[in-house]
Design a protein around this ligand. Structure first.
Ligand code: DGL
Length: 267
């Protein structure tokens, strides 16, 4: 299996932000992409059913493309299911967790924002990261599930609803007026870096925006050093028809999606 591609997995198109980070570091890395669009959004689902579902979809996708490494390009899935995935799969599994540590390093005011899904904002895993790396910071947590939908629509060619985006971000903007003022934002959902130019332009003040892309790329470089100059791949798998994503996926180098068969895990 060590000759297979690197498989990136997300609930939807968010993992494409991680694809971009990997391409910047390793332009010839062979990548496949899988998303569980039938269950999107993950951030509003209950943990027990979701963790079984994530393992089932990832296993089906790893088998379908004979992946050599799985990158869980989803904070909501990683903060819940990394252990289950590592127990089930016999390939390296690289997770994506909110970049609290680099954000705490960057913040001068010691007030950082965490922009993520409802599930990620509330996970014990996330709180443990804050306790370990940002215990001297105020952390304003903002659940912004609406931005996940906006990113999905945007990739299929629908213009952003600026008012909806502003509404989702307003708790962050308010925190920039507090004392101490928020100066750094963790993009703790992989969908959000796709919208970064818009987030930056809407921000009332210049802020430091931090995501996990570079850290994931470094980790992939460690677990798959022999895959960096292999033949590109580009296969893509979805769990529900997704013709509207074909053009967006092709911009990231992926072929039209194939339907993945996943054993029923209930809802
Ligand atoms: N892209 C996913 C993340 O990083 C979540 C999107 C969803 O709610 O499905 O958390």
């Amino acid at each position: 299996m060590m000759s297979g591609p690197v498989l990136l997995f997300d609930s939807g198109v968010g993992g494409l932000s991680v694809v971009s980070a990997l391409r910047q570091h390793y332009p010839r890395l062979p990548m496949c992409y899988a998303c569980d669009n039938a269950w999107l959004p993950y951030g509003l689902r209950d943990d027990v059913t979701l963790s079984k579902r994530i393992v089932a979809v990832c296993k089906a996708a790893v088998d379908a493309c004979q992946a050599s490494v799985l990158v869980v390009a989803c904070n909501t899935a990683s903060t819940l299911a990394l252990e289950g995935l590592r127990q089930t799969l016999d390939i390296p599994v690289v997770g994506t967790v909110p970049a609290i540590k680099p954000a705490a390093r960057s913040s001068l005011t010691r007030h950082i924002g965490l922009l993520a899904t409802t599930a990620t904002v509330n996970r014990p895993y996330t709180q443990a990261l804050i306790n370990s790396f940002a215990s001297d910071c105020i952390v304003t947590k903002v659940a912004a599930d609406a931005l996940v939908t906006q990113a999905e629509l945007w990739l299929s060619g629908v213009p952003l609803d600026e008012q909806g985006v502003q509404q989702a971000l307003s708790p962050l903007w308010q925190a920039t007026q507090h004392t101490p003022a928020l100066d750094t934002v963790v993009l703790g959902c992989t969908h959000f870096p796709l919208l970064k130019p818009m987030l930056v332009s809407l921000s009332p003040k210049p802020l430091i925006w931090v995501d996990s892309g570079d850290a994931i790329a470094r980790r992939v470089g460690q677990v798959a050093p022999n895959r960096m100059n292999a033949t590109p791949d580009g296969r893509c798998f979805t769990t529900a028809p997704a013709a509207q994503l074909t053009i967006g996926l092709s911009r990231y180098g992926f072929q039209p999606p194939q339907l993945l068969t996943v054993s029923d895990t209930g809802r």
